[in-house]
Design a protein around this ligand. Structure first.
Ligand code: COA
Length: 247
């Protein structure tokens, strides 16, 4: 069997398995916070408290149209009514509030424009059906429709299969330990370090995002130096203040 025929056969087998399982992807509902929390614990089993706030957000029904930023919580439910996969993605409030380089209106605009995958997990018994990829795709569609322009996913380098996983989903990977740099209107370059020991990947949800060379003063020197890996430009459109992103 040739490669194309093999791929077709795999896709068909996958569709059959999904149909047999009766899996549907939908928004998480209030009351499902604890189940989602349990599902996503393998993302970071040593820090279960990380997922408490996701569970409360789901239970309080905060959705993608939240005024202050974006939040999307999706689940996959099988034909027996069991939740077998979950994805939560929210605006990167910690990063934005922790930075002093930019003023509040730009922070608010970034919160509407950028979303981070906080958790993505598939129950072991339901793996191999590309449910994670489906959740990512659905989240992207919803977020794009909401005007989001950039999706970020951090992962532990000790799980190298995740580099392949996110690349397959169309994400670009930054080298381990490299911060992302976002270029903003007015020439400001905003660094975003990932959580300790995490590797960052990103996906443009808008064709206006490009990677450009940039210069900035690094901690160890007073002379501007090239930003490693370049600067993500277009995360906020240049007309952001009139494009519905201003508060
Ligand atoms: C990552 C995860 C969501 C993928 O689930 P999925 O969408 O069902 O994906 P699949 O099971 O179809 O696996 C996709 C690929 O990753 C590989 N893979 C998945 N888990 C793996 C692991 N623990 N070690 C090595 N490879 C793994 C699979 O072999 C497959 O590769 P292939 O397509 O080349 O055969 C799931 O493994 C999971 O829930 N992991 C624990 C939580 C986690 O790490 N989340 C991601 C960080 S936010």
């Amino acid at each position: 069997m040739g490669r194309k025929a093999r791929e077709r056969a795999t896709a068909l087998a996958l569709r059959r398995r999904l149909a047999a399982e009766g899996v549907v992807v939908r928004a998480a509902r209030p009351g499902e916070g604890a189940t989602v929390r349990q599902l996503v614990l393998p993302v970071d089993p040593e820090h279960p408290e990380m997922f408490d706030s996701l569970a409360s957000m789901i239970d309080s029904g905060i959705g993608v149209t939240a005024a202050k930023g974006k939040a999307v919580h999706l689940v996959a439910e099988n034909g027996r009514g069991e939740l077998v996969a979950a994805l939560s993605a929210i605006s990167p409030f910690d990063w934005l509030q922790g930075t002093s380089e930019i003023k509040q209106p730009i922070k608010d605009a970034l919160a509407r424009s950028v979303v981070t995958v906080e958790a993505l997990a598939v129950a072991p018994a339901a793996r191999g059906m590309q449910l994670g990829q489906q959740l990512l795709k659905r989240a992207e569609e919803l977020l794009r429709a909401e005007g989001c322009r950039l999706l970020i996913a951090d992962f532990e380098p000790s799980r190298p299969h995740l580099a392949r996983y996110y690349t397959r989903a169309g994400f670009s990977l930054l080298p381990e330990g490299q911060a992302m740099h976002v270029g903003l209107p007015g020439g400001v370059i905003l660094p975003r370090e990932s959580h300790t020991d995490c590797r960052t990947s990103w996906k443009a949800l808008d064709a206006g995002i490009t990677v450009e060379p940039g210069l900035m003063v690094q901690e160890h020197s007073q002379t501007p130096e090239p930003v490693p890996g370049g600067v993500l430009v277009g995360v906020l459109p240049s007309n952001w203040a009139t494009a519905g992103l201003a508060p």
